[in-house]
Ligand binder design. Sequence first.
Ligand code: CDP
Length: 243
Amino acid sequence: MNAIAIDGPAASGKSTVGYRVGRRLGFVFFDTGVMYRAVAWAVLEQGINSADDEAVGRLAEQLRIEVDAPASDLSDGRQATILVGQADVTWEIRSTRVDSIVSVVAANARVRRELTRKQRGVGLAYGSGAAGKAGVVMVGRDVGTVLLPEAPLKIYLQAPLEERARRRLRELVERGREADFNKILEDMRVRDRTDSHRAVAPLRPAEDAVQIQTLGLTVEEVVEQILALTTARLGVTPSSPDE
Ligand code: CDP
């Protein structure tokens, strides 16, 4: 199977790196976090208490979440277009309001059961070539451990909390958002703790994951390391960076 699993804590570079790895290999890139964010967005939108397991679980089972390739005339930096029903929530799911409840929503067993089923289906379809794609790069928290344990290459990205908070601050500022470093840092600390300590599918490296410490490395250096591992493990050769 042509599947690469990339996991790691908040803002460790999973989506930036994973997207570029996917492009160089002609693999589909799929960010599983957007689906948890979409459920969290809907929880806020419908005024549901995020701690109400029953109501949140029911919502996740009913929600129509679509993850599409962006329309070709869109150039606002999106990697995918995320729809909840008819609403384009691509940027709204990145709000600090969503950040503050998404980990609680993602710890809900019914939410996980629903999204795991869908995401594993996507991974198997693209990973096996059945969907007419060369392979898949899936990024998240539990791709190597739960979603695609059979993936032939698993990566776990790491970076110190302060560095990750700096990266997230830079992203938000680039998008013209107001952001406070200390609040980002504190929210990230809480989210990492919730993600690592939940009962179902906690954030942790798979036993056979290659761990990459990204502090001091450029995005391109991390991408090249993963591509070298891909060639070794999957026998797939990437295109050159400017193609
Ligand atoms: O971009 P960032 O790393 O900040 O977050 P994300 O990857 O968009 O994920 C948002 C949240 O969704 C995480 O903090 C987890 O609580 C949850 N998540 C998860 O539980 N399992 C996944 N496979 C992906 C995300």
